[in-house]
Design a binder for this molecule. Structure first.
Ligand code: NAD
Length: 381
């Protein structure tokens, strides 16, 4: 039996640089053999959507953004064997699965990452979406473009999740939350009983704090300038907080840890803070840089300190995760009460997506999630 694609459905379209999201009717054009159609339940919003909206990161417009989607599989292409209709999924970034980084189990460093996630089209130049008046739309953002009621994804970037988990909450596990938690678990490999510092306590920094607590770090320091975020960090597992506008961060870290932190992560992307992060590490300490900064941003490093004390600075994308491994683990931790990322979330309806963007940019919300189909409640099987 031939599957009938939905006639048309609502999606949020960006038509001009730094413009508003416009709710429009769109259509799916076709689904390839290795693709799936997802009925989107909800999609998290992240800074990367904003930099794509504003074309700081050069994605083509008009485009449907959204890259932290969760939903139910509606249809699978003929070649898809890992997933079936009715499965609950989280959508994540897309990788090529045929470069050295992918073969070595580091899909976030896929050599073709930009082509697969930011080109606005499939590799052959085609689109899975079209506007209702049949004019061209760019799509394939993170292999999903999930700010809409449906999304065409690839079988490789949909991760099956357990059906008793609250599906509308899970989308951010596909990017922002995976980034913070994965940096702690995969890239830094924070150990039980160790010290960890999160420089920046937004959604990414707080996810790192929850992950560090979950795996048993015993000194966990949150640094931020927003008192409410520092207070929340304490509830999520931080043992100490530092307001960097009020205290000397390096002195305080030295004092709390008794000689420097073993592990640290910067999610601010501010050069001075990255320098301070490296100074505040103990000998053989490791710092991870995940915060996005304007290309060309630099940070001063004391080379003798780095050399003599054998310190390491690593850049990390998407927590260096294999999403099909990490995302189900994070869902299990959440369900066990050990990774309470729902504390970061504020829900919005699709019609209020511009409010979600504004609240996120003003720092009013930590992690907005936009519900696509508010009449659906997919919390149980
Ligand atoms: P966010 O803006 O909510 O978090 C940044 C935090 O840094 C805020 O809480 C802010 O108050 C704090 N901050 C700003 N200046 C500070 C200062 N001087 N001292 C201490 N704290 C300060 O953003 P987020 O959602 O947590 O994302 C963090 C960054 O990670 C963004 O740049 C985002 O683009 C990036 N990101 C990277 C990846 C990746 O794969 N590397 C993935 C997702 C997000």
């Amino acid at each position: 039996m031939t599957y009938q694609l939905p006639d048309s459905y609502m999606a949020a379209v960006i038509r001009q640089q730094a413009g508003q999201f416009q709710i429009e009717q769109v259509k799916s054009t076709s689904i390839r053999d290795d693709e799936v159609l997802v009925r989107v339940v909800a999609t998290g919003m992240c800074h990367t959507d904003m930099v794509a909206r504003d074309q700081v990161f050069p994605v083509p417009h008009p485009i449907v953004l959204g890259h932290e989607g969760s939903g139910v599989i509606e249809y699978v292409g003929d070649a898809v064997t890992n997933i079936e209709p009715g499965d609950h999924v989280v959508m994540t970034f897309l990788n090529c699965n045929k470069c050295t980084a992918c073969y070595e189990g580091h899909p976030a460093y896929c050599e073709n990452f930009n082509q697969y996630n930011f080109s606005g089209q499939r590799n052959d130049g085609s689109h899975a979406l079209i506007a209702d008046d049949d004019t061209e739309l760019n799509d394939r953002f993170f292999g999903q473009s999930s700010f809409g009621e449906y999304a065409v994804a690839n079988a490789r970037n949909v991760i099956k999740v357990r059906k008793d988990a609250p599906l509308e909450l899970l989308g951010p596990l596909g990017c922002g939350i995976q980034t913070g938690a994965g940096t702690v678990m995969n890239a830094l490999k924070v150990t039980p009983g160790s010290s960890f510092v999160a420089w920046g306590g937004g959604a990414v920094g707080l996810s790192a704090i929850m992950a560090a607590a979950a795996i048993g770090a015993t000194t966990i320091i949150s640094i931020d300038i927003v008192p409410s975020r520092l207070e929340l960090a304490l509830k999520l597992g931080a043992t100490h907080i530092i307001n960097s506008q009020e205290e000397d961060t390096i002195d305080r870290i030295q004092e709390i840890t008794g000689g420097g932190a073993q592990f640290a992560m910067d999610s601010t992307g501010i050069g001075k803070l990255v320098s301070d992060m490296m100074v505040s590490l103990c000998p053989r300490g490791i710092g991870a840089l995940v915060g996005a900064s304007k290309p060309g941003t630099t940070a001063a490093l004391d080379l003798t300190d780095i050399m003599q004390n054998c310190k390491k600075l690593i850049g990390v994308v998407e927590g260096d995760s294999v999403p099909s491994i990490l995302i189900p683990v994070l869902v299990d931790l959440y369900m066990a009460g050990k990774f309470p990322f729902d504390q970061l979330v504020t829900f919005y309806e699709l019609k209020d997506i511009n409010q979600a963007a504004e609240d996120s940019e003003k720092g009013i919300t930590l992690k907005p999630i936009v519900r696509m189909q508010s009449d659906d409640i997919f919390t149980t099987s």
